[in-house]
Structures are given as structure tokens and as C-alpha cells.
Design a binder for this molecule. Structure first.
Ligand code: SAH
Ligand code: SF4
Ligand code: F3S
Length: 463
């Protein structure tokens, strides 16, 4: 038997990149590649990159410096060569530049071409000469049709990409350029992949898309299904207990989706719905296609349909032209809606996007002041929600061992990590009802409600 080849994949950026990295491993497994957790001595290293903000992109170049050392050490010690590949959104946006700046990079490919990896690897491994490969096409064939039909075990909580790309063109964002046009996978493909994951032991599924609720996949009998319709079908899968989706866009929250939140117990009452900013002037300059009132209305309709529902969001501060008054509108919408979790960023001008050429860029110092105020408010809201969880009972999907002996860690319906002690490891993968006894800024502690249950019984009717 030939030795397995060592593959090291490092993932940056969003959950879609996490999904893509897993699929790259599925594509390379038949070629004998097995994943390892360090670049040292690896036969192939893939950096699956993110271009969303300047800092994210810069990190790739510093990591490449470290990979270069491992490559040189391996080859100096007489080992086989190490293939160094850059994948993902930096590869898509700056592939040619990357090849020029980093002569040791063998391969550059974008998010839409990784199904071609076997052919790229064969070319890179050719004995004679050195073949550097760059593939940043948006191919006519659909990648999902060429990926292996089998997905590997992804654990109790898994990602499933159902939609990719974006046609919204927010003026700050690189995603429409790096991921390409919006595409929805056929509903039957999604259901097939979900069933496979559940057969491997997955109990919680997070459906992914850059604009996941713009989903309009081919229906089994012709026509198209919305996300709301697809969710109803997925909720029928036995053994699948929790469903989530991300990232959604306020513009695409339709009645079907709101009704799904009303009707489906398995659909978790926690939704990431980025608003970005509170000022109508800024939202318009961002080309968000919704205003402050639209967002408030959608949040209200969702909470009316599902009273337990809590929201999280993304924010950008210091978008070009954002005045003090505009920023106060962001603070106001946060105060009024309340978010139990959030990501907030200083605006980062990205090459090729309309906002990067706008006048009135906001000085760094002002961005810093604003983000500190916003983050303080958001942290307060998160802690408040966590504190109010104390005394509540929550169903928790136990996912891994904790830091301390005898401790397990799971996830609440609201994505809070919950620690519990005294349960056997056989309880991993179970959903147990815990009474929350302790709240920290980023996690909770709990105790089993029904001690006779002891985590052995599977709790199916989750909140
Ligand atoms: N598809 C998602 C967002 C993907 S990017 C959506 O439409 O909401 C994730 C987050 O990064 C965005 O929500 C935004 O808050 C932030 N972001 C994107 N481009 C940015 C930029 N140029 N500067 C700062 N933050 C940015
Ligand atoms: Fe980017 Fe806007 Fe598309 Fe989200 S909706 S991916 S922020 S362009
Ligand atoms: Fe980053 Fe690309 Fe995701 S730019 S956020 S990895 S879509």
C-alpha cells in the first residue's frame, strides 16, 4: 500500500469557506490525501483565503512566509516536493498578483473551480519542469455537479451550502466579484446531501449561502422552491433535529420564510440578519436596497411569528460620508431592536468596489471611536441576554469535551456555548434539557433538568 499523502488546509473567512475546505478534502481523498493539522512536512498545503477586509487578505501573505519555510525545509531534507496552493476569495481577486509576488506558490484557484483539483494536482506533479497553475474561471459547468456525491462525516453540527454568489452589489463588498453570480442548488441535491450527513450522525444543519434566503432552487417536479419551502422539506428528515441558515439578507425575507419560523419547531429561533447601518442615507450609499424602517418591520414580523426569536447582525462603521448623526442612527436601531450577538467592523476600502472610490472617507480615528462605542453597546446586550438566560431551561446539543475533566460543551438554540459537568461522554451528540445556572459574556453553564435522563435519552422535541 502506498503511504497516504499529507494535506494541510487552512481556512480563513466565512462558513462558506469552511464548507469549501471540507469539500476540497472530499475531492482529494480519492487521490490518497489525508488531512493533517500542520503544514510541517505536508505534501500539499492549501490556504483557503478571504478577501472581505484588508486585514483578512494581508494575513495570507504573512502565513505564506511561514509555509515557505516548511516547504524549503522539506525539500532540503530530500523529501518530496510540497505543493503550495492558494484558494478562495484572495485567489479569485488577486490570483495573478499572488503568482508574481510569491514565486513558491504552485497553484492558485478560485471558489468556483476546486472540483478541478485532481487535474490541477496531476499537472503540478508532472515530473518534468515546474507547472504553475492558475484557475480563476467562472466555469460554465456547475461545480456542485462535479464534486463527489459522497460527503464525509461532518460531526453533530454540519454545514451544507445551498446557495452561492451574490447579485446584490453592496458598494463596499467584494463578494459579488469573488464568488460570482447567485446560484441555487436543486432542492433534491440539497435534501440528498442532508440525508447523508444525518446518516453520518449530524443532528444540526446550518444551510449556507452568501444570500441564503435568496434561494430559489429547482423543485423536484419542476418549478422552484423558496428557502421557506425547502426548510419545510428538510424538517421532515428523521434524526435531523435542528436547522439554521446563514447569511440572510433583509430584502429576501419573504412571507414563506416568516411562516417557516412560525411553524417549524426544528428551525432554531436565532437569526443572523445583517443590517450594516441605521442611517437611511448610508444604507442607500451602501446600495443595501432596504432602509431603517424596512429592517424594523422585518424584525417585528419575524418576532411576531416566533416570539422566542432573537437576532444577531453585522455592522460597518465609518462608511464613506457617515456623519456623527448617521452613526447615532446605528446606535438607535441597536438600542431599539437589541441583538444577542453581533459582528462589527470598521469600513475597509476594497479594490474595485464603488465605495473605495467615494469621497469623504472617514478618518481612522473616528472609525475607532465609533466602533468602540458600538461594540460596548452590543457587548452589553449580549451579556444582558446571557444573564436573562439564567434560570431558563434550554435544549443543548452536546458537541465536545470541555476544558475540565468531566465537562461537556454544547450549543443552546441561540448558539451560546453551554458547559455542563457530570455527564458521561456517551452523551455527546445528544440534545439534553439543561437549566441555565451561570452566565458569562460568551458562554453559559447549566445543569441537567431531569437527572434520571442522564443524557442517555435523546430529546427530540427541541425548543
Ligand atoms: N452576505 C452577507 C455578508 C458577507 S460579508 C450579507 O449580505 O450580509 C460579512 C460582513 O462583512 C458583512 O455583513 C459586512 O458587515 C462586513 N463587510 C463586508 N465588506 C466590508 C468592508 N469592505 N469593510 C468592512 N466590513 C465589511
Ligand atoms: Fe456582499 Fe451585499 Fe452581497 Fe452580502 S448582499 S455578499 S454584503 S454584496
Ligand atoms: Fe471572505 Fe469570500 Fe467568505 S471574501 S467572507 S471567504 S465569501
Amino acid at each position: 500500500m502506498t503511504e497516504p499523502k499529507k494535506l494541510f488546509v487552512k481556512t480563513y473567512g466565512c462558513q462558506m469557506n469552511v464548507y469549501d475546505s471540507q469539500r476540497m478534502q472530499d475531492v482529494l481523498a480519492p487521490l490518497g490525501y489525508q488531512s493533517v493539522d500542520s503544514a510541517e512536512g505536508a505534501d500539499m498545503v492549501i490556504l483557503n483565503t478571504c478577501h472581505i477586509r484588508e486585514k483578512a487578505a494581508e494575513k495570507v501573505f504573512s502565513d505564506l512566509g511561514r509555509v515557505r519555510k516548511h516547504k524549503e525545509a522539506k525539500e532540503a531534507s530530500g523529501g518530496d516536493k510540497m505543493i503550495v496552493a492558494v484558494a478562495g476569495c484572495v485567489a479569485q481577486a488577486e490570483g495573478a498578483e499572488l503568482m508574481r509576488r510569491e514565486p513558491m506558490v504552485d497553484m492558485v484557484f478560485g471558489p468556483q473551480t476546486y472540483h478541478r483539483l485532481p487535474e490541477m494536482v496531476a499537472r503540478a506533479n508532472r515530473a518534468i519542469g515546474r507547472n504553475r497553475i492558475i484557475d480563476t474561471d467562472f466555469p460554465a459547468e456547475e461545480k456542485f455537479d462535479h464534486l463527489p456525491a459522497q460527503v464525509s462525516n461532518q460531526g453533530y453540527s454540519a454545514f451544507l451550502a445551498i446557495q452561492e454568489g451574490c447579485d446584490k452589489f453592496c458598494t463596499f463588498c467584494v463578494v459579488p466579484y469573488t464568488r460570482g453570480a447567485e446560484y441555487s442548488r436543486p432542492a433534491m441535491d440539497v435534501i440528498g446531501e442532508a440525508r447523508q450527513l444525518v446518516a453520518h450522525g449530524t443532528r444540526e444543519l446550518t444551510l449556507l449561502g452568501q444570500n441564503v434566503n435568496a434561494y430559489h432552487g429547482e423543485a423536484p417536479n419542476g418549478g422552484e422552491w423558496s428557502l421557506g419551502r425547502l426548510l419545510r422539506e428538510l424538517a421532515e428528515i428523521d434524526g435531523l433535529d435542528r436547522i439554521r441558515y446563514t447569511t440572510s439578507h433583509p430584502r429576501d425575507v419573504d412571507d414563506d420564510l416568516i411562516a417557516a419560523h412560525r411553524d417549524l419547531k426544528k428551525l432554531m429561533p436565532f437569526l443572523h440578519l445583517p443590517v450594516q447601518a441605521g442611517s437611511d442615507r448610508v444604507l442607500q450609499a451602501m446600495n443595501r436596497k432596504h432602509d431603517n424602517a424596512d429592517y424594523r418591520d422585518i424584525a417585528k414580523r419575524l418576532k411576531d411569528a416566533c416570539p422566542d426569536l432573537a437576532l444577531s447582525s453585522d455592522f460597518i462603521v465609518g462608511f464613506p460620508g457617515e456623519s456623527d448623526k448617521d452613526f447615532e442612527d446605528t446606535m438607535d436601531i441597536v438600542r431599539d431592536i437589541t441583538f444577542i450577538q453581533a459582528f462589527s467592523f470598521k469600513y475597509s476600502p476594497r479594490p474595485g468596489t464603488p465605495a473605495s472610490a467615494m469621497e469623504l472617507q472617514v478618518p481612522e480615528k473616528v472609525k475607532t471611536e465609533r466602533i468602540m462605542r458600538l461594540q460596548a453597546l452590543l457587548a452589553e446586550q449580549q451579556l444582558e441576554f446571557n444573564r436573562n438566560s439564567v434560570g431558563r431551561e434550554m435544549d443543548v446539543l452536546l458537541e465536545r469535551r470541555g476544558k475540565y475533566e468531566g465537562q461537556l460543551v454544547g450549543k443552546s438554540p441561540y448558539m451560546q456555548p453551554v458547559h455542563v459537568s457530570g455527564l458521561p461522554e456517551t452523551a455527546l451528540g445528544q440534545i439534553v434539557r439543561l437549566k441555565i445556572t451561570e452566565a458569562l459574556p460568551n458562554s453559559l453553564g447549566g445543569e441537567l433538568v431531569d437527572a434520571t435522563n442522564n443524557g442517555q435519552k435523546s430529546e427530540r422535541n427541541v425548543a
